[in-house]
Design a protein around this ligand. Structure first.
Ligand code: SF4
Length: 478
């Protein structure tokens, strides 16, 4: 790889107002190590590079000058937000970099090798080390199906250009036809070796809730209309596909039974939750049970390597669909209304992604489940046609009461506490909307402030509580 760009790191750190000490704490290293990188006395390891890229929302390659591996054509500017199509993605769970990215790569490779009768995938780096727990091999095999695909985990070879590297090979009558190296570069995005990778453009000019709300007020439009104004003409169709994929995940999850993969011995529970009524069930208990069953359905599909929508991540994929599907079943809302509410939810998710984080590895579960809860609350507020103030309050309540939530999945599997946590957060989103409807004019904290607080809390959180499975519930042996 080419020369590490120490200036770039310094610029990003200063632009994000993070001290060397804070950056060191985030990475679990000393501030001296950060100082050495910035003075070109040493350079970060591959693992730290990936963490840096996540922290600053840039690609790993952007830290290198004249990178020949993946050329970044257009750098993100600091201001603005990316398209909502970069937030909502359809793919196989349970992880955007370990399953959605590889799935996308395999689909492209399969379609350009239509004559092949057999495939092979070799996983390197993090894809090899944690791929089993994340079902990377299963997803690859399912994607190449009905063709046979051998998946090899290469734990030894580490001279790789990216920590999430894979090699795909196609054969016909046992003769190799095609071979390509591909990198899963985060958030479900991929880059093929020697291809030009374009960092997604920031198509939204505004990136604070306060400024978006003022703009909407001035133009007398709703938040979903602000999204439509900024996206392209295919956006509405894309969002309908997203909603259809969410519904499919719920429906599939409600009929699925058996054990989740990974060895924890967890039985799928969505079906029984949906069908088993309480002896003397009140309407409130019933609502709770049904909403939770929808969240479990998506969470279990995600944990099984089935198709879900990142909302905003795989681990938190059940919250938004559970809340919206319940409303559609109960009150007959049209698909069009639901899609509009998803757009509003997307604006909230995008604000959090841009100004804080939606990654458990970066800021703990508050960034995943907390963000999803805020999105669901905003979506519900849109569905009920609440004012923008009330929607803001609902989203703010939803994040506020997740502040400090750690990411500590047992055995690194997105199962305990993740699936149950989706169900609890779905109910919390409904509660947040109820509170906001009554108390909105007593609000003291803005959504922008709570997003900033979530980021600071996440950065202060010890790294063992951020998707490392080293602390908290992850220490319990099952
Ligand atoms: S505990 Fe971690 S892996 Fe599970 S949903 Fe939360 S952030 Fe995602």
């Amino acid at each position: 790889m080419d020369r590490f760009n120490s200036n770039k790191l310094k610029q990003l750190r200063e632009a994000n107002r993070i001290t060397q000490k804070q950056l060191g704490d985030l990475l679990g290293i000393s501030d001296r190590a950060v100082s050495k990188w910035e003075s070109e006395l040493s350079k970060p390891s591959g693992k730290n590079l990936v963490s840096l890229a996540k922290i600053f929302n840039v690609t790993v390659e952007s830290f290198f000058e004249n990178s020949s591996i993946i050329k970044t054509k257009k750098e993100n500017t600091i201001a603005g937000m990316e398209s909502l199509t970069e937030l909502y993605k359809i793919g196989r769970g349970p992880s955007s970099s370990h399953t959605i990215g590889p799935e996308k790569a395999c689909l492209i490779f399969k379609s350009r090798n239509k004559d092949a009768d057999r495939f092979k995938a070799i996983l390197y780096g993090s894809l090899a080390k944690t791929g089993k727990g994340h079902c990377t091999d299963e997803v690859i095999r399912k994607t190449f199906s009905p063709y046979e695909c051998e998946v090899e985990f290469n734990y030894i070879y580490d001279d790789i250009p990216h920590p999430n590297t894979m090699e795909l090979i196609s054969y016909k009558k046992n003769i190799e036809q095609d071979r390509i190296r591909v990198f899963s570069i985060g958030g479900g995005s991929i880059a093929f070796e020697n291809d030009v990778y374009e960092t997604p453009e920031r198509i939204y000019k505004l990136d604070k809730f306060t400024s978006i709300a003022s703009y909407c007020e001035e133009k007398n439009i709703r938040l979903w209309q602000y999204a439509v104004e900024n996206e392209d003409e295919e956006f509405s169709d894309y969002m309908h596909k997203i909603w259809n994929a969410m519904k499919t995940a719920i429906k599939s999850g409600l009929v699925d039974t058996g054990e989740l993969p990974g060895g924890l011995g967890i039985q799928k529970k969505a079906k029984s939750l949906f069908n088993n009524q309480h002896v003397d069930e009140s309407p409130v208990t019933k609502e709770n049970r049904i909403v939770c069953s929808y969240a479990f359905a998506v969470g279990e599909q995600n944990a099984s390597g089935e198709k879900i929508v990142t909302a905003p991540t795989c681990g938190a994929a059940g919250i938004v669909p559970a809340v919206l599907y319940y409303q559609q079943q109960k009150n007959n809302f049209s698909d069009e209304s639901i899609v509009r509410s998803l757009m509003t939810a997307g604006i909230i998710g995008n604000l959090i992604k841009t100004n804080a984080s939606i990654s458990g590895a970066e800021c703990g579960c508050q960034a995943e489940v907390g963000s999803a809860c805020a999105m669901a609350a905003a979506a519900l507020g849109e569905l009920f046609e609440l004012s923008i103030d009330k929607i803001e309050y609902a989203a703010e309540i939803a994040i506020e009461h997740h502040l400090g939530l750690t990411c500590d999945p047992i055995c690194g599997l997105v199962q305990i506490p993740c699936i149950e946590r989706n169900a609890v957060a779905a109910m919390r989103a409904i509660n947040a909307v109820n509170l906001a409807s009554f108390l909105w004019n007593t609000r003291k904290i803005s959504l922008d402030k709570v997003i900033q607080t979530m980021k600071e809390t996440g950065y202060d959180m010890h790294k063992s509580y951020k998707e490392t499975s080293e602390a908290g519930l992850a220490k319990i042996h099952i």
